[in-house]
Design a binder for this molecule. Structure first.
Ligand code: PEP
Ligand code: CO
Length: 454
């Protein structure tokens, strides 16, 4: 039996979240400065167009039906200091490579969504941080305060939201140029291999694949097929996303679509609710229930089947395929216990969703060296468990959600280079969670392709 449909929330407006308890919001010290920053953001142009968000929703609807695979990947937290064209380009290269590996090896269309162009705000386990007897507000992401452990730096500054918007706009501008202007042309696939992995096992394996694709393209051209006119070969659709955590920022960028009259959060194509802010009666669920973007919901081991069904009804009363992506983030040891009852509950509720796996956030631990890290093997183990559980329940494993970088960092243990505990300090650059480096990411893509093929 399917549950009755719940009604859309007719009282919703971009500010209605303010009537609900909002977890993880900064305490802005200066109300006048906050008002000024909000007013400035409201005057800014939208970063994305509602039609693009709708296109992503339609594409995700195909994934929900089992006709596509979502690759959702990028930084844990973008930073103001590390903002550069090279780092955007290299992240895009890795994602394009992973996507090519997945599409070519499985024949399943790939949807690319970046954790990028707005992924700044971070939820924290504690509101303050103590070091050597000094207690200061926690770092909440560059869009709120500064990473340096000094009182002035940690003071929330609303002008940082404006700076975050500006950086997101510049990032998106470059992404659009790269993905539509020739860089993502399939004939350039060889060029996406990053120098420091080209000679490694994964890099060579990728080269073989790129060569096969180039040969196939030459063959088609020789057969008289006009490849120039096929836009699909020269451009890719690349969507942006971030956790909709900082609700003032999201509110200020929410606009009514002139074509449909519906509200869209125009700060990104897809927004998600994090593990710490999914309270049914909380402000984050209220806010995202009213915008028409596709949305994600992180699902950890604390979420019960009933709660999940209720959250989905609240967030998607119309049960539109492509609206909801549920991102399982259990921890490798907890998947087989907690995921199957949730998969079954969603099947019973007959609510169409994309099921994706975030194998990162349930597998974080502090190494004895003091660095927060994850082991590549635990990440792989969680992905494998996710695929197994989905197969057992007859659910399509619709995608993965990964924290990665195009840089040669040493933040996650293991992988092809066998990063060890003592190697972490060599290139540990993340502001928040440890990311897979480019080689580990490519390795993951090849292994994922095997799982999808199975
Ligand atoms: C994140 O995606 O960076 C994050 C904080 O995840 P979660 O909400 O699942 O803990
Ligand atoms: Co993270």
């Amino acid at each position: 039996m399917t549950a009755p449909q719940s009604l859309p929330n007719l009282d919703w407006e971009p500010t209605s979240w303010r009537r609900y308890p909002a977890a993880q919001q900064p305490t802005w010290p200066d109300a006048t400065a906050l008002d000024a920053a909000m007013a400035e953001l409201r005057r800014k142009p939208p970063l994305v167009f509602a039609g693009e968000a709708r296109k992503l929703r339609h594409t995700l609807a195909r994934v929900a039906e089992g006709n596509g695979f979502l690759l959702h990947a990028g930084d844990c937290a973008e930073s103001f200091a590390e903002f550069s064209a090279d780092s955007i380009r290299d992240k895009l290269k890795v994602i394009l490579q992973m996507s090519l590996v997945l599409t070519y090896s499985t024949g399943v269309p790939n949807v690319k969504v970046g954790r990028i162009a707005g992924q700044f705000a971070k939820p924290r386990s504690a509101p303050t941080e103590k070091r050597d007897g000094l207690e200061l507000p926690s770092f909440l992401g560059d869009i709120v305060n500064d990473f340096a452990f000094e009182a002035a730096a940690r003071r929330p500054d609303p002008q940082r939201m404006v700076r975050g918007y500006d950086q997101a706009a510049a990032t998106l501008n470059l992404l659009r140029a790269f993905t539509k202007g020739g860089f993502a042309d399939l004939r350039e696939a060889h060029q996406w291999n990053l120098q420091f992995i080209a000679s490694r096992q994964e890099g060579r394996r990728y080269d073989v694949l790129a060569e096969e694709i180039e040969r196939a393209l030459r063959f088609m051209a020789a057969c008289g097929i006009d490849l120039e006119s096929e836009a699909q070969l020269h451009e890719v659709d690349f969507y942006t996303s971030h956790e909709a955590l900082l609700l003032g920022y999201e509110e200020a960028l929410t606009r009514r679509d002139s074509l449909t009259g519906d509200w869209y959060d125009c700060s990104a194509h897809l927004l998600w609710i994090g593990h710490r802010t999914h309270q049914l009666d909380g402000a984050h669920v209220e806010f995202l229930s009213g915008v028409h973007n596709p949305i994600g919901l992180k699902v950890g081991p604390d979420v019960t089947p009933d709660e999940l069904v209720e959250l989905c009804r609240r967030l998607d009363p119309a049960r539109e395929a492509g609206r909801l992506t549920l991102v399982s983030r259990m921890g490798a040891d907890q998947v087989s216990e907690h995921l199957p009852p949730l998969l079954r509950a969603m099947q019973r509720a007959a609510h169409p969703v994309v099921w994706a796996c975030d194998p990162m956030h349930g597998n974080t631990f502090v190494h004895e060296s003091g660095y927060k890290t994850r082991h590549f093997d635990a990440v792989m183990h969680e992905v494998e468990q996710f695929f197994d559980c989905c197969a057992q329940q007859g659910v399509w494993p619709g995608g993965v959600h990964i924290e990665l970088t195009g840089d040669n960092v040493t933040e996650c243990l293991g992988g092809g280079d066998e990063v060890r505990g003592e190697d972490l300090e060599a290139r540990y650059e993340t502001r928040c969670d440890p990311r897979l480096n480019a080689r580990q990411s490519l390795d993951l893509a090849f292994r994922l392709a095997d799982l999808v093929r199975r």
